[in-house]
Design a protein. Structure first.
Lengths: 254, 194
């Protein structure tokens, strides 16, 4: 376990290869993200369907859904979960998904990292979250005011399980699961990847070669702004859910 | 006890952006004033513990009426140390007010325009909104209160913003409190996490 003092910024710690198990955003890192804004074309605010807006507005997940409550406010905590859910909602529109699929990608994105044990690679956290989602499906769908349908639980769990596995490493079982929930999985993986602008090293930022999403590059500007606005809001004192909802309002998504 | 004449408007992002542009151009920019507020919606009064995060100050405020019960709010207010905000909240909760408590972060920027202070805000409950305020001396006459309301109305018209009526405010706050109650009940009824 790292013994590096938590007072150092994430960018300094990342540069030294000393990022701790639990990584919390800081002012220096947000300023660094802002200073490194890529030359991105502005993204026109996509119009989300009313049901997606409703899910995002009421989508602040409770702390007890996280395996480790310390991660609720960290880089893989509720802010990342809510931004990923929002980006999944945008991708659902861009890909013309039906209402049921759009709901499934939003819910899967919202919980995809909730069973992490730390903010480092933590291999297998997707599989743990998929098992957790299957066990708690009624609670999760109920939280969003919905009833869980078996087919939707299977698809969401497949996307959650596969989100941390590179496509090129898919084994036969993974390929079979992917085939059963291909669009759902591809959208969740792309939404997760778009939120990588929060990470404290440029080489970790979004890269389209790791996803299968045709409109990925068109959404970079929106993804970057969602990170910057919500992380700044969080550091000014807003709660994680409030900070992200403010960013969603600022970008015209809700 | 000072008297605050306070009127409000809610609007979408487009109107918000137009309003902020106009106030930056033609008004006086008083700067950011973000706040973390703990509200206690009591039957006839509103109690608030406010952490002025942008200003680095804090205060406790008791307003003599609730939103939607008229524009004039008799107000008692005193400063506390920001470090004492959590203790103040614990005290009020321990006194039995916890079920009436709501918590909100307000992104807020203050302006002055036509002798009216205007706080342009965003919060989860209200979305984009603005508070128009004129502070009057203790014991201000009815005429002075009416003049202040008229001044606020004129300023809102000049800025192209529709003020909410008292009925709209009462309906909005009632709907918010009902939604909060329903949310708390739903959370209590949610199955335990396995």
């Amino acid at each position: 376990m790292s013994t590096t003092p938590l007072t150092a910024s994430l960018i300094d710690l990342a540069a030294r290869g000393q990022l701790p198990l639990h990584q919390h955003m800081d002012h220096a890192t947000v300023a660094w993200i802002s200073d490194h804004r890529p030359n991105l074309p502005p993204t026109l605010a996509p119009v989300l369907r009313p049901q997606s807006k409703e899910l995002l507005v009421h989508g602040g997940m409770p702390t007890q859904w996280w395996a480790d409550p310390r991660l609720y406010t960290s880089l893989h905590g509720v802010r990342h979960a809510m931004r990923t859910a929002a980006l999944a909602a945008v991708l659902a529109e861009a890909n013309g998904l039906g209402d049921a699929d759009a709901t499934t990608v939003i819910l899967a994105a919202a919980v995809h990292d909730c069973q992490r044990r730390n903010d480092q690679e933590d291999r297998g956290h997707g599989a743990r979250a998929a098992v957790w989602l299957a066990a708690n499906a009624d609670t999760v769908w109920g939280h969003f005011g919905l009833a869980a349908a078996p087919r939707r639980i299977v698809q969401a769990a497949a996307a959650v399980r596969l989100h941390d596995l590179p496509y090129e490493e898919f084994a036969a079982d993974d390929k079979a699961d992917h085939a059963r929930a291909e669009r759902i999985t591809d959208v969740v993986k792309a939404a997760d990847a778009l939120d990588r602008y929060r990470l404290p090293k440029l080489e970790w930022w979004p890269d389209s070669q790791y996803v299968r999403e045709p409109v990925f590059d068109q959404l970079r500007g929106l993804a970057f702004d969602l990170v910057l606005v919500s992380e700044r809001a969080y550091l000014t004192g807003a709660s994680g859910p409030s900070a992200v909802r403010y960013a969603l309002a600022e970008k015209g998504l809700v | 006890m000072a008297v605050e004449i306070e009127m409000r408007a809610r609007f979408n992002k487009e109107i918000h952006d137009q309003l902020v542009s106009r106030l930056k151009r033609d008004g006086e920019d008083l700067g950011p004033d973000d706040k973390h507020i703990y509200f206690y919606a009591l039957p006839e009064q509103l109690l608030k513990v406010t952490d002025n995060t942008a200003a680095g100050t804090a205060k406790i405020t008791l307003k003599g009426s609730r939103i939607g019960q008229g524009a004039a709010f008799a107000e008692t207010e005193f400063a506390i140390a920001p470090a004492d905000v959590s203790a103040a909240v614990r005290v009020f909760n321990a006194l039995g007010f916890e079920t009436a408590m709501h918590e909100a972060f307000n992104f807020r920027h203050n302006f002055r325009f036509g002798d009216v202070e205007i706080a342009v805000k965003w919060s989860e409950a209200w979305g984009y909104h603005a508070e128009f305020e004129v502070l009057l001396e203790d014991g201000a006459s009815g005429a002075a209160r009416a003049e202040a309301e008229a001044r606020i109305t004129d300023v809102a018209v000049a800025l192209g913003v529709a003020l909410m009526t008292e009925q709209e405010l009462a309906d909005f706050t009632a709907a918010f409190e009902a939604a909060q109650k329903e949310r708390k009940e739903r959370e209590q009824q949610a199955a335990p996490i396995r």
